[in-house]
Design a protein around this ligand. Structure first.
Ligand SMILES: *[C@@H]1O[C@H](CO)[C@@H](O)[C@H](O)[C@H]1NC(C)=O
Ligand SMILES: *[C@@H]1O[C@H](CO)[C@@H](O)[C@H](O)[C@H]1NC(C)=O
Ligand SMILES: *[C@@H]1O[C@H](CO)[C@@H](O)[C@H](O)[C@H]1NC(C)=O
Ligand SMILES: *[C@@H]1O[C@H](CO)[C@@H](O)[C@H](O)[C@H]1NC(C)=O
Ligand SMILES: *[C@@H]1O[C@H](CO)[C@@H](O)[C@H](O)[C@H]1NC(C)=O
Ligand SMILES: *[C@@H]1O[C@H](CO)[C@@H](O)[C@H](O)[C@H]1NC(C)=O
Ligand SMILES: *[C@@H]1O[C@H](CO)[C@@H](O)[C@H](O)[C@H]1NC(C)=O
Ligand SMILES: *[C@@H]1O[C@H](CO)[C@@H](O)[C@H](O)[C@H]1NC(C)=O
Ligand SMILES: *[C@@H]1O[C@H](CO)[C@@H](O)[C@H](O)[C@H]1NC(C)=O
Ligand SMILES: *[C@@H]1O[C@H](CO)[C@@H](O)[C@H](O)[C@H]1NC(C)=O
Ligand SMILES: *[C@@H]1O[C@H](CO)[C@@H](O)[C@H](O)[C@H]1NC(C)=O
Ligand SMILES: *[C@@H]1O[C@H](CO)[C@@H](O)[C@H](O)[C@H]1NC(C)=O
Length: 600
């Protein structure tokens, strides 16, 4: 009898211990095929397992561990001996955590706190999605035919795309999709050995990626800090411009490291639906045109050149969505806009703001975009190069629709490729030869619109675009990207293309010092440009980080097209491992109870 009571007490202890076990999840590519990963707790190594549905995530539970556990991950050889041990100690994210995040081997921090950038104007938030969390660096694990990958990398200009299997791993999810279209991306990006890529999920074949079916992986090859594009996106969000979102990822193809990338939305029809309309499935989609400048003499300057499509190079004005245009004349609506621009008299038009803003152009959005181009030195965009933007005819703006400005490609900013190394007033930034009339006629020559532009500059510089608004976030990005930047620079790439040769020193120095091909440092640019504008427009920059407008309500869950489940369904792998663990804990208890009943 006494023995049984003692046995029951032991059972109670055992039950609480088995409920307290922690599930561990490490993301790792073993350096030898016979190696694997484990977790080391108080010098005791527990082997973790990966299989074809989880690799490269290695998981396992360690009985008897509590949320106070301190641990390190280890790479182990076939005998279970450690060949590589993390040189820091990990703890769980919360006091009540029952599992770890999916944590990349040897990357110390998985989730970051990004300092807030103050809002100048109400942002347009994209629909809810589980991805594009910019406070972590997810992993994209691609499996493909090795010969097709080799061909793609040997000749980045090959127009063909290939099909790959795609696995997404972030802090709590493993998500699989098969047979996804993959290709090299960009124009000048293809000149660099570190290639940029694109993924397209074919929704007609039920291929889904959390309402974001078109992704670009931007190589940031020309930017030693790899954060210029991301800061630009952050600024667009802070000034209420609908834009591509960005999140850093590590890309592996066939278990080979390819690099650190900034994943951004590719601007297609689904971007309009998810970002311009916040996921509203009933919005009527208007005309979308992509603008480029194939040469210095052939720019998307919006100069009227004739009444029909034949006057416009389709590589300069590329139809993406027809809207109300016909396939035979896809630019009809845009040509009318260009004619209206030609006819606009910047001096004598009565109500020039109404001329544009009532029926033709989302004037506020355009001016905010131009303020961003100027403030961040986006020399390869409309103002200076008449390139790298989209115009979207949004039928639901105003009473009869208006054209809306959608910017793209922000790596050439903050002194990366800027034609001169001095900053200037917006009036002398560009000589308008050739003319870029949407800026020269509206912002420079029209007094009323110029007043709006100066007010926008004052509000943006006063709120967001200033050292106090941006430097804290920049410092955090620098820390967050450090380990991954070092990892990226150690990758031995093959294939044609330029190697910029940026180093760890450049990665850090170019925040404050001019390095190699850069005309400016990132923080130096922000400091000097904000000061220049404040001096010209006669205001003082304060260090407040208060929002000028309240932050927009974040989108709520539910609109995400994968809630109903693509293949893989966005499983929380750590939670699954935990359920398995609790089940086995219960099993242990059950067996013990069974044997004690037998003893009775
Ligand atoms: C792979 O491992 C996961 C987690 O440990 C498990 O849920 C899954 O059933 C395993 N799959 C296979 C095919 O063994
Ligand atoms: C751990 O190792 C990395 C290089 O792998 C090094 O940069 C870092 O300083 C080390 N950390 C500690 C705490 O020793
Ligand atoms: C853990 O604690 C937080 C509060 O710190 C609470 O919001 C959360 O629901 C708790 N989670 C569990 C699994 O108990
Ligand atoms: C892969 O997807 C394409 C469409 O993108 C489809 O035509 C093809 O049949 C698919 N192949 C497989 C094996 O599912
Ligand atoms: C996509 O899914 C739907 C519903 O599950 C199914 O009816 C349809 O056949 C699938 N389409 C393809 C191309 O697999
Ligand atoms: C197409 O034109 C009609 C008539 O002008 C208009 O009501 C509708 O909003 C337009 N739709 C789009 C998508 O532009
Ligand atoms: C504006 O009107 C004035 C007088 O009404 C005229 O002299 C001038 O040429 C006009 N400017 C333009 C650009 O047409
Ligand atoms: C432009 O029109 C919109 C309504 O479509 C309005 O909210 C906005 O204030 C107008 N902007 C200016 C500068 O008048
Ligand atoms: C890259 O190549 C160098 C020289 O061949 C070698 O020392 C290094 O280990 C390689 N790095 C990786 C990550 O394979
Ligand atoms: C960066 O510039 C600062 C002064 O602006 C200077 O003190 C520092 O030595 C420079 N660092 C490098 C690595 O050039
Ligand atoms: C700047 O503003 C102050 C106060 O509003 C005014 O006294 C001063 O004359 C202005 N200076 C210039 C150059 O406009
Ligand atoms: C803002 O902070 C900077 C750096 O800390 C300091 O040099 C400057 O004087 C401050 N400006 C104001 C207006 O407080």
């Amino acid at each position: 009898m006494v023995r049984i009571v003692a046995g029951l007490a032991g059972l109670a202890t055992l039950a609480s211990v088995s409920m307290a076990q922690i599930a561990f999840n490490v993301v790792g590519y073993p350096s030898a095929t016979t190696n694997s990963f484990g977790v080391s707790i108080n010098g005791q190594i527990t082997k973790l397992v990966a299989n074809e549905t989880t690799f490269p995530v290695w998981t396992g539970v360690v009985p008897g561990t509590t949320s106070a556990v301190q641990y390190q991950y280890v790479e182990i050889d076939a005998t279970g001996a450690a060949v590589k041990t993390e040189n820091f100690t990990r703890t769980l994210p919360k006091a009540n955590s029952t599992h770890t995040y999916n944590e990349f081997f040897q990357r110390q921090v998985t989730k970051w706190e990004l300092p807030h950038i103050p809002y100048t104007y109400l942002a347009t938030w994209p629909s809810y999605t589980k991805v594009f969390n910019d406070d972590e660096i997810a992993t994209i694990h691609v499996t493909a035919d090795p010969s097709q990958i080799a061909a793609l990398n040997a000749n980045p200009n090959l127009a063909t795309d290939i099909k790959v299997d795609f696995r997404w791993i972030d802090h709590h999810m493993i998500y699989d999709q098969k047979n996804i279209t993959f290709k090299t991306s960009g124009k000048s990006s293809k000149d660099y050995q570190k290639q940029a890529y694109k993924f397209s999920f074919d929704t007609d074949y039920n291929q889904t990626f959390f309402s974001r079916p078109n992704l670009k992986l931007r190589s940031e090859a020309t930017d030693p800090t790899v954060m210029r594009e991301k800061i630009y996106i952050d600024m667009l969000n802070a000034v209420g411009v609908p834009t591509q979102q960005g999140a850093y990822v590590r890309l592996f193809v066939n278990n080979n490291p390819f690099g650190l990338y900034l994943m951004v939305d590719d601007i297609k029809k689904s971007f309009i639906k998810q970002t311009v309309y916040g996921g509203n499935p009933n919005a009527a989609i208007g005309s979308l045109v992509q603008m480029n400048a194939p040469s210095l003499t052939d720019q998307a300057d919006l100069v009227y050149k004739g009444a029909t499509n034949t006057s416009y190079n389709p590589d300069t004005y590329t139809d993406v969505v027809l809207g109300n245009n016909t396939a035979a004349a896809p630019l009809t609506q845009l040509i009318q806009f260009m004619l209206d621009l030609q006819n606009f008299d910047p001096v004598n038009t009565t109500d020039p703001i109404g001329y544009w803003n009532n029926t033709r152009l989302d004037l506020d959005g355009f001016l905010r975009n131009m303020a961003c181009e100027y403030l961040m030195g986006s020399f390869d965009a409309y103002w200076m190069s008449a390139s790298n933007y989209f115009l979207y005819f949004n039928p639901s703006l105003g009473t009869s629709g208006k054209w809306q400005w959608l910017p793209t490609d922000f790596d050439g900013t903050f002194g990366n490729g800027f034609p001169v190394s001095t900053l200037s007033s917006y009036e002398t930034l560009y000589n308008f030869q050739p003319d870029h009339p949407l800026v020269s006629k509206l912002i420079i020559k029209n007094t009323a619109i110029n007043g709006l532009f100066q007010q926008i500059l004052t509000e943006i510089v006063g709120t967001s675009f200033k050292p106090a608004g941006l430097f804290p976030r920049i410092a955090t990005y620098n820390q967050m990207l450090s380990a991954d930047y070092l990892w990226d620079t150690q990758i031995n790439r093959t294939g044609p293309g330029l190697v910029t040769g940026y180093t760890w020193a450049d990665f850090n120095n170019n925040l404050d010092n001019i390095t190699k091909d850069m005309q400016y440092s990132v923080r130096g640019w922000i400091h000097d440009m904000s000061q220049l504008v404040a001096t010209q427009l006669n205001f003082t920059i304060n260090n407040s980080t208060t929002d000028r407008v309240p932050p927009p309500p974040k989108p709520t869950k539910g609109g995400d097209d994968d809630v109903k489940g693509g293949k893989g369904g966005g499983k929380k792998n750590s939670a699954l491992a935990l359920n398995a663990a609790s089940a086995s804990g219960f099993l242990t208890v059950f067996v013990l109870v069974g044997s004690m009943i037998a003893m009775l």
